[in-house]
Write a protein that binds this ligand. Structure first.
Ligand code: SF4
Ligand code: SF4
Length: 283
């Protein structure tokens, strides 16, 4: 909901192309909100390695060539097992096997849907319910983002491997935190990735009241990390003048007070770019 509201906020700034991208491929709620007559669907097929046990000699070489640690080799049993959820379909294992023990077989992993919501352009992925081959679908979605647009990408909560892959392709990461017992751990994990990939990172605090102890704790933590807080959104259930936007008969979207968040992000981005350029030219 925050990404959708932020997307609307950005769209109002007069950019020619703004795109909302749904990366929550296991729970693609966004697709249900699109106008049916605007929908186009692309079925996504990806070559998945399949180990042919009749040809495999259990040497383990393919496992050593898999940078994603998607092939488990057990020399004592012996056995070779593919962990589909880690596989990015690069095909290196097949090339590494001199015994013809791996075939790449086309698998249907899901679909990518594009459509409109009012004036807005939206793209979203939907993983097949039975499929664990999520990383290739996420990559297919990344390849189809409009390179001329400002893309607001909506991710699932948490940080699985596929989310990490997509996150590394972003310019800016907006971490949405709210008062949950594990917020510090979640923040540490996110910062570990965005810091490593040199992605501009900041926070939006959701369901957070001014003067709350949670806000004080986060502010203190952010000061230590030099991490900006780009916005604070109160719990919309406590808002006196909450607005509800009726998108269609089946869907309602609460208008959250995200005004100012985009301006804060662009200000940080300008500062980040100038700092990065200075650092870059000094070396
Ligand atoms: S490299 Fe080929 S033969 Fe060796 S374990 Fe892998 S699939 Fe089997
Ligand atoms: S296709 Fe690539 S990622 Fe998948 S198992 Fe083979 S080497 Fe690993």
């Amino acid at each position: 909901m925050i990404s959708h509201n932020l997307f609307r906020e950005v769209a109002q700034h007069g950019y020619t192309y703004v795109q909302l991208a749904g990366f929550d491929v296991e729970k693609p709620d966004l697709i249900d909100r699109l106008e049916i007559e605007s929908l186009t669907t692309e079925e996504i097929y990806v070559p998945q390695p399949v180990i042919e046990v009749t040809k495999c000699k259990f040497c383990g070489i393919c496992s050593g060539y898999c940078t994603e640690k998607a092939i488990q080799f057990n020399r004592f049993v012996p056995s070779v097992t593919l962990i589909v959820s880690r596989c990015c379909a690069c095909g290196n294992c097949q090339k590494a096997c001199s015994r013809n023990g791996i075939k790449m077989k086309e698998k249907h992993v899901g679909k990518i849907v594009t459509g409109r919501l009012g004036m807005h352009q939206i793209i979203a992925g939907k993983l097949d319910p039975e499929s664990e081959f999520k990383i290739p679908l996420i990559k297919a979605l990344l390849e189809r983002l409009n390179p001329e647009a400002i893309c607001i990408c909506d991710f699932e909560p948490g940080l699985d491997l596929a989310v990490k892959v997509a996150l590394e392709a972003m310019d800016v990461a907006v971490i949405v935190l709210q008062n949950k017992p594990d917020w510090k751990q979640h923040l540490d994990e996110m910062i570990a990735i965005t810091g490593k990939s040199k992605i501009l990172t900041g926070l939006v605090l959701n369901k957070t009241e001014e003067n709350s102890s949670f806000l004080s704790e986060v502010e203190e933590d952010c000061n230590l990390r030099s991490l900006p807080i780009w916005g604070i959104i109160p719990d919309f259930r406590t808002l006196e003048n909450k607005k509800v936007l009726n998108i269609n008969d089946n869907s309602k979207i609460f208008m959250l007070p995200v005004t100012g968040i985009w301006d804060a992000i662009t200000k940080s981005h300008l500062h980040f770019q100038s700092t990065y350029n200075e650092t870059f030219t000094q070396h």
